[in-house]
Ligand binder design. Structure first.
Ligand code: HEC
Length: 109
């Protein structure tokens, strides 16, 4: 194989591996359902597609993706200016929301 071809093959391998890694944590379907749920119940404070200045509500694009426990706790019990969603959302809906937020909206950190 020529060096150029080797480089292309390597790059393709890296791209493929990262695409697989991105899908490994959350199924794409869950991320998409989470996005819909997010825009029904969260975006009025946290912004469309999680885009917010972070001045009035936490900027969720910065939420630590390795801390699902903190996510579920804050959403369940509320925090500061955020209400509790204990009675408003089922555990399944919260799981879908985490797929969306925890994958940075499907982009993975
Ligand atoms: C009424 C406005 C409002 C709504 C609706 C809202 N939030 Fe929040 N959220 C906030 C505010 C304000 C904070 C900052 C709380 C603080 O740190 O004092 C916050 C913080 C957070 C945090 C970070 C908490 C932490 O551990 O620091 C997460 C995660 C979060 N919101 C997720 C969600 C999700 C998911 C939804 C939809 C189910 C949602 N929020 C709906 C206002 C809102």
């Amino acid at each position: 194989m020529s060096p150029a071809r080797t480089a292309i093959a390597l790059a393709a391998g890296v791209l493929f591996a990262s695409a697989v890694a991105a899908q490994a944590r959350f199924p794409v379907d869950d991320i998409n359902k989470g996005r819909e749920q997010f825009h029904r119940t969260c975006s009025q404070c946290h912004g469309y597609n999680m885009v917010s200045s972070g001045t009035t509500a936490y900027d969720l694009r910065r939420f630590p993706v390795d801390d699902s426990g903190r996510f579920f706790n804050s959403v369940t019990n509320g925090k500061g200016g955020m209400p509790s969603f204990k009675d408003a959302l089922t555990p399944e809906q919260m799981k879908l929301l985490w797929a969306y937020v925890g994958s940075r909206g499907g982009k993975e950190p």
